[in-house]
Write a protein that binds this ligand. Sequence first.
Ligand SMILES: [Zn+2]
Length: 164
Amino acid sequence: MPPPISDPADPTDPTDPTDPAAVPPRGTLARRALTRRCPLCGARRIFRHWFTMLPRCPGCGLRFQREAGHWSGDLGINTIVSFGTLLVVLLGTSLLTYPNIDAGKLLVACAATAIGVPVLFYPFSKTIWLAFDLAVNPLRPGELGDADGDGDRGSDEQDSGEVR
Ligand SMILES: [Zn+2]
């Protein structure tokens, strides 16, 4: 079965499904990433669990870890979003309650933000980073494998990182 590159549910997707090197427009990549879908083809269910991404897309066969060290980018995105949110909560709560700042409530709010945001944002950081990477590093020949290739290959943590 040829890999479906375009999103059949999206009539605005101009991606040519017959071109294996095609990458959707950046807006499409971003929209799919923000909804935890494969940025390349729009396939859903690309996560085995909240924290475990499949090694390959079940729709187009894209290997999510595109090269060794690929996932350092999503760590950076998650860190920026988490610390940014923490800063907003800290400053916002302090300014809204000034001069009667309740240090206990502020500490609880900051702790909940510092723990909750990285956990909740984790899968989105993966798909957003993948979309960014696809936007700046177009597909290379042979990068799309068989869509059901996750069974024998184990988790993404076990992948060697080499690009086929
Ligand atoms: Zn896909």
